[in-house]
Design a protein around this ligand. Structure first.
Ligand code: ADP
Ligand code: ASP
Ligand code: MG
Length: 408
């Protein structure tokens, strides 16, 4: 019997009516002769609400307690979804991450899955139940509850699909699939029929939240077949698959933006060997992931400005560490900006086509958008710009790279 994993995101389970809609879809899939594992997110807005409650008690709440708190959102929807399915006459059982045996490391609020035992899930499936798994959560070897980072229910879905050897992992969300860019900011965005794991990974890590980055990494590593679809209609979605020849012919296949970065600049630090090493070691020791780095040397070669970006959620921690090191190194001061955003163009075709970066820079310039930082890889070019120009930049780049026209 085929086994299908279906993940429903926050908007898809955002009200009782929507949970009933999910239950109907699940029962239909089961009725077609499939075993079904459903993975649910918290109701939309719920995780943010819980974070805001905690922030009213402390500027830096314990991460262990945050996980206890945040995992509750998914627990609620898993039980409600199981009830809604049973109300339609189909046997269903909900499970927490712990009951499903999702074992993670101890990195609270962004834990990594180490293994999945999954015994109770297999048993429930064999007994004819639809399994409803609370997404976003796991448990450490010593039984502390963990969560898997924002958007982590995608990872729960892909990981459980791999553990139970599912035939397909369907990610149901509030848009019809993966688009050339966020359809909610560029109406001309076009739905892709398929996208390679690698391009999807870039899109996700550069800000397209339609799939969580780590879920794509996991799917790519374990070759989990994923399709992204809408829970509000029956349109075919986007398949995330291995790269094929056709894809290489497309130079740019998508545009992503990320408003969740902050930029730090260490101003006028004496330019001598070891400065960057000292600074970035301290930041890495604080468990902060640095993205872009730019260093400018003054014309007399005596001083340097070092700028870098960090996730906005780590701004406070990053500023503390950077200010301490800046003082030690004899720098003048540290500047912080969080009104920035990163805009990126992505495509595996860039490996074999040139000129993408210059076209991107020219287009931004023609629209009076200043570039503060640049980084490139084989298959992407990213620029840091003023946040207020994000939507404009996405629109003009979408246009200039011809993304609205069907290519594959
Ligand atoms: P869910 O709650 O179902 O997990 P998310 O809000 O996490 O949904 O992700 C879906 C959203 O991702 C869409 O509503 C859309 O605004 C955004 N998005 C950003 N980039 C893209 C893209 N390239 N294709 C589709 N959606 C995108
Ligand atoms: N509820 C969590 C979040 O909002 C996980 C998820 O929705 O995937 O980040
Ligand atoms: Mg999501």
């Amino acid at each position: 019997m085929p086994l299908i994993v279906q993940k429903y995101g926050g908007t898809s389970v955002g009200s009782i009516d929507r949970i009933k809609n999910v239950a109907e879809r699940v029962v239909r899939t089961a009725g077609q002769g499939n075993k079904v594992v459903v993975v649910v997110s918290a109701m939309s807005g719920e995780t943010d609400k819980l974070i805001s409650l905690a922030s009213q008690l402390s500027a830096a709440p314990s991460e262990r307690e945050m996980d206890m708190l945040l995992s509750s959102g998914e627990r609620v929807t898993s039980a409600l979804t199981a009830m809604a399915i049973e109300a339609l006459g189909q046997k269903a059982r909900s499970f927490t991450g712990r009951q499903a045996g999702i074992i993670t490391d101890r990195d609270h609020t962004k834990a990594k899955i180490e293994r999945i035992t999954g015994n109770r899930i297999r048993q429930a499936l064999d007994e004819g139940y639809v399994v409803v798994l609370a997404g976003f959560q796991g448990i450490t070897e010593t039984e502390d509850v963990t969560t898997l980072g924002r958007g982590g229910s995608d990872l729960s879905a892909v990981a459980i699909a791999s553990a139970v050897n599912a035939d397909l992992c369907e990610i149901y969300t509030d848009v019809d699939g993966v688009y050339t860019t966020d359809p909610n900011i560029v109406p001309e965005a076009r739905k892709l029929e398929k996208i390679s794991y690698e391009e999807m990974l870039e899109l996700a890590s550069l800000g397209a939240k339609v799939l969580q980055t780590r879920s794509v990494e996991f799917a790519m590593k374990y070759r989990v077949p994923v399709v992204v679809r809408s829970s509000f209609n029956d349109n075919p979605g986007t398949l995330v698959v291995e790269e094929d020849k056709e894809m290489e012919n497309v130079v740019v296949s998508g545009i992503a933006y990320d408003k969740n970065q902050a930029k730090m600049t260490v101003v006028n630090v004496p330019d001598k060997p070891g400065i960057a090493a000292t600074l970035f070691k301290a930041i890495a020791d604080a468990n902060i992931v640095v993205d872009m780095i730019v260093q400018n040397i003054s014309s007399d070669g005596k001083f340097a400005d070092i700028s870098f970006t960090v996730p906005k959620t780590d701004t406070r921690k990053a500023l503390e560490v950077t200010e301490a090191i800046a003082k030690e190194l004899g720098a003048e001061r540290v500047d912080k900006r969080d009104d920035i955003s990163k805009i990126s163009v992505i495509g595996v075709g860039m490996r074999t086509h040139s000129g993408v970066a210059s076209k991107m820079f020219q287009t931004l310039a023609a629209n009076n958008i200043n570039i503060a930082m640049i980084s490139t890889s084989e298959i992407k070019v990213s620029c840091v710009i003023d946040q207020k120009y994000t939507e404009l930049a996405a629109r003009v780049l979408h246009e200039v790279f011809g993304l609205a026209e069907a290519t594959h």
